[in-house]
Design a protein around this ligand. Structure first.
Ligand SMILES: [Zn+2]
Length: 257
């Protein structure tokens, strides 16, 4: 079957999919706590302190092709960093010499800057996954979307020691034309996915592997999670999946920007 990474057909099908829904309640309360902060009253509430000179705008459409071409696979790891699971995911990736893209929740990055720095040091890429993972972001005001995206960009960049996120993935795929345009103007390519492993439903490592092998013909970008619950199945699935796919001639890379 022909792969169509780069096509748009998959997007409508997964638009309503929730990823990392268990974070939602926590994220919502964090947002409520932040909402009363008047912009500019605290250094943590504004993005104006960051120099913008090094930011180059990127394309606004949703990326999912791989820089490794027709047999490329983009592993994307969402909702962390998490002190239990992110180190285990990093260990597996390091063992096989594979790079991935980590879509981080701003508050998680802020809480675990050591993990953000480890992800960067291992050669992986960062992706802005909003401040509080509100999967109804596409129904919210532009002011809300802007704050979620730009504050998370700042939190992740500060936690990494100055390495900026290269992508923006809306929580649950809840992109809007506004959020895509804003992220792209900050050098963060909107990032979709083709293969939803549903690992957060804990279907078993075998089922996660089977889903990837079945759905990879749809496109190269695979959605996995390193937070939001017990991710031992995800770690085990990666351990089985990487050598299996390499045997089948796949190579691992990054989403095109
Ligand atoms: Zn997510």
């Amino acid at each position: 079957m022909a792969r169509h990474g780069g096509g748009r057909g998959w997007y409508g099908k997964v638009l309503g999919a929730a990823c990392g829904v268990t974070l939602l309640a926590v994220g919502a309360s964090m947002w409520t706590a932040q909402a009363g902060v008047v912009s500019g009253s605290s250094p943590k509430a504004t993005v104006s302190a960051r120099p913008a000179g090094d930011v180059k705008p990127v394309a606004v459409d949703i990326a999912h092709a791989s820089d490794q071409g027709a047999r490329g696979v983009n592993l994307t790891i969402d909702d962390g960093p998490d002190p239990v699971w992110t180190p285990q995911v990093l260990d597996v990736l390091r063992e096989y010499g594979v790079k991935a893209t980590f879509c981080m929740v701003g508050t998680q990055a802020q809480a675990h800057p050591d993990l953000v720095k480890k992800v960067v040091a291992d050669g992986h890429r960062l992706c802005d996954h909003s401040v509080s993972h509100d999967t109804t972001m596409d129904k919210k005001s532009e002011a809300f979307q802007s704050k979620q995206i730009l504050d998370a960009e700042r939190m992740i960049t500060e936690a990494s020691g100055g390495v900026r996120p290269m992508y923006y993935r809306a929580p649950g795929g809840a992109f809007t034309p506004y959020s895509r345009t804003l992220a792209a103007s900050r050098g963060m390519r909107p990032l979709g996915w083709n293969v939803d492993t549903k690992d957060f439903e804990q279907p078993g490592a075998d089922a996660i592997v089977a889903t990837v092998e079945r759905e990879l013909p749809n496109g190269p970008t695979v959605l996995l999670h390193d937070a939001g619950g017990d991710r031992s199945e995800t770690v085990e699935a990666l351990r089985r999946l990487i050598p299996r796919l390499e045997e089948q001639g796949y190579s691992f890379g990054f989403p095109v920007r």
